[in-house]
Ligand binder design. Structure first.
Ligand SMILES: C[S@@+](CC[C@H](N)C(=O)[O-])C[C@H]1O[C@@H](n2cnc3c(N)ncnc32)[C@H](O)[C@@H]1O
Length: 222
């Protein structure tokens, strides 16, 4: 079995937990995720795409090494491109929230055929939840991963119309209902970050007020 990070293993376990016809891995880079997915389910149809030629070259080399060249279609393109009919799942992993939102917004037409989005960013989770919820998706699963001194939240969205309140957008509706050790670890870490920023800025500034409010919200749940 190919060796991949815990973050990518978590993305994969969400992809694999239900029947999927075809996935596109947008920004595949090395395509390690796609190789791992095929090693666990040889029937998956996978498109691995990237904006740049160099990552696609390294993807091709890795895919060749594991003899999956006839199983993964490589595409050089920006964002979702034009999705093949069999694609029902979109994975966007390892990008900032702005890029993820841009990719989804500019591929809105394409999203009609998509049942699931699996999103892995390492920042601005509340904004991601809000924007993707407004595109007609709800959160079906969320998992926190701590790896190499960084926290990641991997989110699975499915089609739906429920609107979330501020607290749900901040903590994640799924995480709030399933608080585990990592939940407390991550949100205590956020509180420490906030408290440290607060030490260095004027107490009556707008930013300080926002941070004080955030600490209050955090204290109610952790
Ligand atoms: C940090 S790598 C993440 C690789 C892998 N998905 C992961 O999670 O480890 C980000 C990749 O996304 C690609 N990328 C950035 N913007 C993109 C876009 N608009 N469309 C397609 N690929 C993009 C980059 O070229 C890069 O290879």
């Amino acid at each position: 079995m190919i060796n991949i990070s815990n973050r990518l293993k978590t993305v994969a376990s969400i992809v694999l937990k239900q029947q999927t016809e075809g996935i596109i891995d947008v920004g595949c880079d090395h395509a390690l995720l796609d190789i791992y997915l095929l090693q666990n389910n040889e029937d998956l149809k996978i498109v691995a795409s990237d904006l740049r030629e160099q990552p696609l070259k390294s993807a091709k080399k890795n895919i060749e090494k594991y003899s999956f060249l006839n199983k993964i279609e490589l595409k050089l393109q920006d964002g979702l491109g034009r999705l093949d009919d069999y694609i029902d799942t979109v994975v966007i992993s390892g990008m900032g929230e702005e890029t993820i939102i841009d990719i989804l917004n500019s591929g809105k037409e394409n999203l009609k055929q998509v049942n699931r989005l699996i999103i892995s960013s390492n920042n601005k989770f509340p904004r991601l939840r809000k924007e993707i919820n407004e595109m007609g998706f709800v959160i079906n699963d969320e998992r926190i991963v701590y790896e190499e001194d960084k926290y990641y939240i991997i989110m699975e969205f499915i089609k739906g119309n429920k609107k979330y309140n501020k607290k749900e957008l901040f903590f994640g509706p799924f995480l709030l209902k399933n608080k585990n050790d990592l939940f407390y670890q991550y949100f205590n870490y956020l509180k420490d970050v906030d408290s440290n920023i607060l030490k260095d800025i004027p107490k009556d500034s707008k930013r300080a007020k926002e941070i004080i409010n955030e600490i209050k919200i955090l204290d109610e749940e952790i």
